[in-house]
Design a protein around this ligand. Structure first.
Ligand code: SF4
Ligand code: SF4
Length: 69
């Protein structure tokens, strides 16, 4: 099982992670606003994640952590 976690307070909503996700399952969460004033990134379909780690490597702020549990 794959666990994807987001340090949402660090996210600056640049969407670089979403641009490189081959499964197109990352999107900004319009229901949340972090302390920086951004809608933070989240995963909209965790079951489709293949744990390729492209998103985590791309994120300039180390927001995303991927674990196989
Ligand atoms: S690990 Fe890969 S498939 Fe999963 S959300 Fe990140 S880029 Fe997408
Ligand atoms: S690349 Fe990082 S900072 Fe940019 S939207 Fe994705 S999680 Fe947020």
């Amino acid at each position: 099982m794959i666990r994807l976690t987001f340090d949402t307070e660090r996210c600056k909503a640049c969407e670089l992670c979403a641009a490189v996700c081959p499964k197109h399952i990352l999107a900004l969460n319009a229901d949340l606003v972090n302390l920086k004033g951004y809608h933070p990134m989240g995963c909209i379909d965790m079951a489709s994640c293949i744990a390729c780690a492209s998103c985590a490597k791309m994120c300039p702020d180390s927001v995303i952590t991927i674990e196989k549990i």
